[in-house]
Design a protein around this ligand. Structure first.
Ligand SMILES: [Zn+2]
Ligand SMILES: [Zn+2]
Length: 133
């Protein structure tokens, strides 16, 4: 929470509610998730406010947008470099904090300067696996 305050962002009650929801949230919520939660506290909150706040936070580098779900954008409050495990069934996203040395063959990389990577592992999480049996 402190990181939001320190940078002098104008804190309206709505923005504050969104930030409080995001603070320490490791579930990679989508804008829809955030909207439906916040609307319970602020019934007048519009989706545009949620979306605009997320855009502001993204520009400031407080959240990272992850585009691993083609249907909706998710937001990650962990802005450090990490990878993701994604459950195909429940769409749960788990963080992987580990470095992978992935080398692109020289003939394909050419003069391309690689600055980073993001690895997505798809599969079925333990919860979904148990349900299916
Ligand atoms: Zn699952
Ligand atoms: Zn993450």
């Amino acid at each position: 929470m402190q990181k939001f305050r320190d940078k002098g962002l104008k804190l309206t009650p709505q923005r504050l509610a969104i930030m409080e929801y995001l603070d320490g949230n490791r579930n990679h919520p989508s804008a829809d998730d955030i909207y439906s939660k916040i609307r319970k506290i602020y019934p007048m909150m519009s989706f545009a406010t949620v979306y605009n706040t997320l855009e502001t936070l993204k520009k400031r580098g407080d959240v990272v947008e992850i585009t691993i779900d083609p249907e909706r954008r998710h937001y990650d409050t962990d802005t450090s470099h990490h990878h993701h495990l994604i459950c195909k069934k429940c769409k749960k996203i788990k963080d992987i904090h580990r470095d992978f040395s992935i080398n692109i063959p020289e003939d394909q990389k050419g003069a391309f300067e690689v600055l980073g990577n993001h690895v997505e592992f798809y599969g079925v999480c333990p919860t979904c696996n148990t349900k299916g049996e």
